[in-house]
Design a protein around this ligand. Sequence first.
Ligand SMILES: C[S@@+](CC[C@H](N)C(=O)[O-])C[C@H]1O[C@@H](n2cnc3c(N)ncnc32)[C@H](O)[C@@H]1O
Length: 249
Amino acid sequence: MSTELKEEVRQRYAQAALRVGSESDGGCCGGGGGCGEASFGSALYDVDERGELPETAVLASLGCGNPTAVAELREGETVLDLGSGGGIDVLLSAKRVGPTGTAYGLDMTDEMLALARKNAAEAGVANAHFLKGEIEAIPLPADSVDVVISNCVVNLSTDKPAVLREVFRVLAPGGRVGISDVVAEDRLSEADRAERGSYTGCIAGALSKGEYEAGLAAAGFAQIDVSFTHEVADGLHGAIVKATKPLPA
Ligand SMILES: C[S@@+](CC[C@H](N)C(=O)[O-])C[C@H]1O[C@@H](n2cnc3c(N)ncnc32)[C@H](O)[C@@H]1O
């Protein structure tokens, strides 16, 4: 079942990658309105950020927040974006960390990786690298990343505890998480979430705030904060998720 669901997710976002820039719905998370909605896509970035990148990279945004705005990236840092899609957050991160830093994007969908690499070439960004793989088994060594970001992807995972364990593994001690995601209010059951939208549309698979906090704590994180930013459906919100991998005692 989880393999089938993952394949459905992959197919939806392969199609979305191929449709970027066309007149039809770009395949954003959410229900009807797609990327034209204020809740999803490039509307969540400010005008200056959008101006830093080629139009195709901006149009390729399918997220539900702006993780680079919360991650407070510094020169020289190594950043990893889980489910990097068309690459908007990787390209913005690459510019923030500068030539002495590195920004990795990780995605399982070939069509998205091709789009992201094209956008990076057009943007002239040399310190952005796109890796093929799954966020449940990150193809990077332990303790090798300063910051993990992600934009509307963890909700799509069929094994969220594995994702949080992997994020903890690849982060260096003291490293931090700055994730945008769809998160449910604790009052919503799994059935309530499924009534409000599809799994591939980033709604049915959303964790609740309490589940996210407990999952991060179980993976070993400290300084955990899950804050709602904007409602995307009844009881479901775009949210910022922050946490830190503690330094050894
Ligand atoms: C909603 S889009 C968001 C893309 C990008 N973060 C953005 O803000 O535009 C979800 C992306 O995550 C990728 N994805 C979903 N599940 C994944 C998984 N388990 N492992 C790796 N990539 C995944 C999809 O291929 C797609 O590119």
